[in-house]
Write a protein that binds this ligand. Structure first.
Ligand code: C2O
Ligand code: CU
Length: 413
């Protein structure tokens, strides 16, 4: 976007309309989705559901208002497994009404790339093998489009690190040896009580976390940020401490980000509409077949004739009918059942949700999220208040899984 990858950092105010014009200079259609923003349905950027693809040479005016401050991102939502995989994404920050008291506000946008021996991006996008397994994972890691970039900070500084995963499929995990980050927000939504990061920060595709990191005042060294998901730590970036100390003593108080409007909302589980979403398919799965575009296929013909390998409730890919139609204002509760051999990063458009039950056990005070990792054999019940009218996608953000059938939609009327 604008000649760079990641695209330009967009910083927009909360609660004020913004206008962003997409000009399509590609040789193929595209669109932009504002991931995690609870915006007007017509601006959600989902081709085939909320808008027509923007043809080469054409433009599209996105106009929206974000009710929530926080860390978001934008990306293509057309053939996303390839367009995001090739770099059509960027960070999107919605500013708090009054600036938050940090010394450095830094973006940490991670992606992995699959390179061949010559270091060239492998042109194997949309591979059915990837789609049936864990998706397209890469062998080269970048942060903010760079390899092991230094993030410059002053001694004693309080840093807000906005971590974003733009990976197609890899579940990344970051550790911060020598530092003690606090998790202040996930998926853009502040935690009422920030939590110390006691284990590596897990980021499934599309997830975000805002970390508050206090750099020791006496340190003049550097701190590695490591990606540890494979068990062999890789240096992802470096906190390069330099300059005169900003303060002599570490700040005592932990920083609590100002609440977003969602903090006052409670899903009404008593009067909720209860649904089940059964995920099936993929390699080593037990699926026998599924319906695609109204037609029943056995597993073999599903794969060879439609390129689909996954299904939600027996339907592979988008149906004509919504998964559920729900009146505006009602609580929707969905028990997501992962009956596959692979984890899935489930993303809900236009709404944030809370996990209210895991494997049948109630969960209290889960944070508001827009993307939740559902592990193998797990049952995760999420709840949301369906307060945003329109057609909203619900899909796996492992982009090859979405391509190969893991997407449905719901209608808020
Ligand atoms: Cu990040 Cu359907 O999108
Ligand atoms: Cu998936």
């Amino acid at each position: 976007y604008n000649g760079q990858c990641p695209g330009p950092l967009l910083r927009i105010p909360r609660n004020r309309p913004v206008h962003i014009r997409l000009e399509n200079a590609l040789g193929e259609p595209t669109s932009v989705h504002w991931h995690g923003i609870r915006l007007d349905n017509a601006m959600d950027g989902v081709t085939g559901l909320t808008q027509a693809p923007v043809a080469p040479g054409q433009s599209f005016d996105y106009r929206f208002t974000s009710p929530d401050a926080g860390t978001y991102w934008y990306h293509s939502h057309h053939r996303s497994w390839e367009q995001i995989g090739r770099g059509l994404y960027g960070p999107l920050i919605v500013e708090e009404d009054t600036p938050v008291a940090v010394d450095h506000d830094l973006v940490f946008l991670a992606d992995d790339w699959r390179l061949d021996e010559k270091g060239v991006l492998e042109n194997t996008f949309g591979s059915l093998h990837d789609a049936a397994h864990g998706g397209r994972t890469g062998n080269w890691l970048t942060v903010n489009g760079d390899t092991r970039p230094p993030l410059k900070v002053r001694p004693g500084a309080r840093v807000r690190l906005r971590c974003i995963s733009a990976a197609n499929a890899r579940i990344m995990a970051f550790s911060f040896p020598g530092l003690s980050p606090m998790v202040a927000a996930v998926d853009g939504q502040p935690l009422a009580t920030p939590l110390p990061l006691n284990e590596p920060l897990e980021l499934a595709p599309a997830q975000r976390a805002d970390l508050i990191i206090d750099i020791p005042p006496t340190s003049d060294t550097q701190f590695d940020i490591q990606e540890v998901s494979t068990g062999e730590p890789i240096r992802a970036a470096v906190m390069a401490v330099d300059g005169t100390p900003i303060r002599e003593k570490v700040l005592g108080e932990t920083l609590v980000l100002p609440a977003n409007p969602l903090s006052g909302i409670k899903p009404d589980l008593i009067h909720a509409r209860n649904m089940e979403l059964l995920m099936e398919g993929g390699a080593m799965g037990a699926m026998n077949g599924a319906i695609h575009q109204g037609k029943m296929f056995d597993m073999r013909s599903l794969v060879t004739e439609t390129g689909k390998v996954w299904a939600f409730n027996g339907i592979a890919g988008m149906g004509k009918e919504p998964f559920v139609e729900i009146p505006r204002g009602q609580t929707l509760s969905i028990n997501i059942i992962n009956d596959t051999r692979w984890p899935h990063a489930m993303h809900m458009h236009g709404h944030h949700f809370k996990v209210v039950e895991r494997n049948g056990q109630p969960v209290s005070d889960a944070p508001w999220r827009d993307t939740e990792l559902v592990e193998v054999n797990e049952k995760v019940r999420i709840a949301l208040v369906a307060d945003n009218p329109g057609k909203w996608l619900l899909h796996c953000h492992m982009l090859e899984h979405h391509m190969a059938g893991m997407g449905t939609w719901l209608s808020v009327v």
